[in-house]
Ligand binder design. Structure first.
Ligand SMILES: Cc1cc2nc3c(=O)[nH]c(=O)nc-3n(C[C@H](O)[C@H](O)[C@H](O)COP(=O)(O)OP(=O)(O)OC[C@H]3O[C@@H](n4cnc5c(N)ncnc54)[C@H](O)[C@@H]3O)c2cc1C
Length: 427
C-alpha cells in the first residue's frame, strides 16, 4: 500500500506516525522547509522563536501519546497544575483534589471575585456537569454566560480568557458547545487534564522533528520544501504532482490548512461538499509579540494573564530555558490591536507589562508575528467536513475537520489519527 500525506503540520505528521507505527511506509510532502505548519520554529536575530507560543493541556491525550511514541525530547514540557493569575487582579489555583472537585474548590477560593461570584461560577460548572456538557442547540458563549448569570468580572477574568485561548474566537461569536467540550475534557475527568503544559522547546522540536525521524526510520520519506500542486484520480488511486514529478498512491491524506483545500482538490468533484463547507469558514488572527529585554528581566512565573489592555497572556521564555529576558505576549482573536501600527502596538504592550510588573527597561527589540488566519472562527453550529470523503482513498486531516475540538494541536492530531485509522480499517 502506498500512502501520501500532504502537509507536514501536526495533523499530517500524526497521520503519518500512526501509519508508520502500523508498518505502512508513508511519503510526506511539506511545502515549507521547516516542519510544524502553524506550530513551527522561526529564527529571528539569532534567537529561536515560534510563529506563536503554544500551550498544551493535560487533556491533550493523543498528542502526548504520540510524543511518547516518537521519543520527543524528555522534559520538553513544563507541567504546572491549573493556575490563572492576573497580577493584582485575579488568582485561581487548583488544589490536588480529584476532578471536578479541584475546579470547584479553585472557583470557591479564587481571589478577585466576590463570594456571590465564586458561587455563581461553581454553580455554573455544576449545572453544566448535570447536563453532561451538552446543549440542545448551540449558541454563543456570551449568550450561555448570560443564561447562567456570570457577572462581568467572571467573564473578564475567567471565562473570556479561556474562550479566547481555547477557541481563538471572540465570546460573542464563539460556539458554546465547543467551549463546553473543552471544559468537559479539561475539568471533568482527571485532575491532571487541566494541567498546563508549557513547551520548553520550539514547536518544531516538540513533536514534528521526532515524528519525522520515526517515519523515516520505518521506511517512510519526508519531502520538505516540496509543495504538492495537484491531486488527480488515476488507475484506481491517485496521481500526486509536485513541480518535478508525479507519483502514484493508493491513498492520500490531504492535511493542508483549510484555505488550501479548494485549490488542491479542484479536480475532484467528490469533494464539492467539503469545499462548500469550507467556503463558509471565516478566520481569526493570533498575534505573538516577542519582546527581547536585557537578561536580568524575569517575571514572577512562566505564564501569567493580563487584563484591561491588548495583551492577554505573557510567557517568560527565560524560565523555560529559552532565552533569559525574552518575553512572548499573546493576543488571540480579532480586536482593536489589529488596527494599530506595529510600533504603536509594541509600545502599548510594553506599557501594559510595566503596569502589571513595575518598571522595565526598554526592550532591545520587538518582533511581532501576526498570523492573520491562525485558526477558523469556531462559531455556533459550524459544519466541518469529515475526515472520510466520498472519494474512497482520499482523506482529509486538519484542525478544521469534524470533531469535538476547536482548532488546536490536539484537534489536529486527533484528525490525523482518524484519517490514518480510516486507511488501516480498509487495508
Ligand atoms: C500563532 C498560533 C498560536 C496557536 N496557539 C495554540 C496553542 O497554544 N495551543 C493549541 O493547541 N493550538 C494552538 N494553535 C493552533 C494550532 O497551531 C493548530 O491548530 C495546528 O497547528 C494545526 O495543525 P494542522 O496540521 O491542522 O494544520 P497546519 O499546521 O496548517 O499544517 C498544514 C501543513 O500543510 C502544508 N502545506 C500547505 N499547502 C501544501 C501543499 N500544497 N503541499 C504540501 N504541503 C502543504 C503547510 O505548510 C503546513 O505545514 C495556534 C495557532 C497559531 C497560528
Amino acid at each position: 500500500m502506498k500512502v501520501a500525506v500532504i502537509g507536514g503540520g501536526y495533523a499530517g505528521l500524526a497521520a503519518a506516525v500512526e501509519l508508520a507505527h502500523a508498518g505502512i511506509p508513508v511519503t510526506v510532502y511539506e511545502s515549507a522547509k521547516t516542519l510544524g505548519g502553524r506550530a513551527r520554529r522561526v529564527e529571528y536575530r539569532g534567537e529561536i522563536l515560534d510563529n506563536g507560543q503554544h500551550l498544551l493541556l493535560g487533556a491533550y491525550r493523543e498528542l502526548l501519546r504520540l510524543m511518547r511514541l516518537v521519543g520527543a525530547p524528555d522534559a520538553a514540557l513544563l507541567c504546572t497544575p491549573l493556575k490563572l493569575h492576573v497580577p493584582g487582579q485575579f488568582r485561581l489555583a487548583a488544589p490536588r483534589l480529584p476532578a471536578p472537585l479541584h475546579l470547584i474548590v479553585a472557583l470557591l477560593t479564587a481571589q478577585g471575585l466576590t463570594n456571590g461570584e465564586r458561587l455563581a461560577a461553581a454553580r455554573f460548572m455544576l449545572a453544566l456537569k448535570l447536563r453532561r456538557f451538552r446543549l440542545d442547540k448551540d449558541i454563543s458563549v456570551t449568550e450561555l454566560l448570560g443564561l447562567y448569570g456570570q457577572t462581568p468580572s467572571l467573564r473578564r477574568f475567567l471565562w473570556e480568557p479561556l474562550v479566547c485561548a481555547a477557541l481563538n474566537t471572540p465570546p460573542e461569536i464563539a460556539s458554546a458547545q465547543v467551549f463546553l467540550n473543552v471544559l468537559r475534557d479539561s475539568f471533568d475527568r482527571r485532575r491532571t487534564d487541566s494541567d498546563m503544559l508549557i513547551p520548553r522547546v520550539d514547536a518544531s522540536t516538540l513533536f514534528p522533528e521526532s515524528a519525522a525521524r520515526f517515519i523515516e526510520n520505518r521506511g517512510g520519506a519526508l519531502h520538505r520544501a516540496t509543495p504538492v500542486r495537484r491531486i488527480a484520480v488515476s488507475n484506481g488511486g491517485f496521481a500526486v504532482s509536485t513541480a518535478n514529478q508525479t507519483r502514484h498512491f493508493n491513498h492520500v491524506i490531504c492535511a493542508v490548512p483549510p484555505q488550501r483545500i479548494a485549490a488542491l482538490t479542484a479536480d475532484l468533484a467528490e469533494l464539492a461538499d467539503a469545499r462548500a463547507m469550507l467556503d463558509k469558514f471565516t478566520y481569526q488572527p493570533i498575534y505573538s509579540l516577542y519582546l527581547r529585554y536585557p537578561e536580568h528581566v524575569a517575571l514572577p512565573s512562566p505564564l501569567l494573564g493580563l487584563s484591561g489592555g491588548h495583551a492577554q497572556w505573557v510567557f517568560d521564555l527565560g524560565q523555560l530555558g529559552r532565552g533569559k529576558g525574552l518575553l512572548c505576549v499573546v493576543i488571540s482573536a480579532a480586536g482593536a490591536h489589529e488596527k494599530l501600527a506595529r510600533d504603536d502596538l509594541a509600545q502599548q504592550v510594553h506599557q501594559e507589562l510595566q503596569q502589571a510588573f513595575g518598571k522595565l527597561p526598554p526592550p532591545l527589540w520587538v518582533e511581532i508575528i501576526a498570523e492573520k488566519r491562525a485558526t477558523f472562527a469556531c462559531t455556533p453550529g459550524l459544519q466541518r467536513p469529515p475526515q472520510v470523503t466520498p472519494l474512497p482513498g482520499l482523506l482529509l486531516a486538519g484542525d478544521y475537520t469534524a470533531g469535538d475540538y476547536p482548532a488546536t494541536l490536539e484537534g489536529a492530531v486527533r484528525s490525523g489519527i482518524a484519517a490514518a485509522q480510516a486507511i488501516l480499517g480498509t487495508s
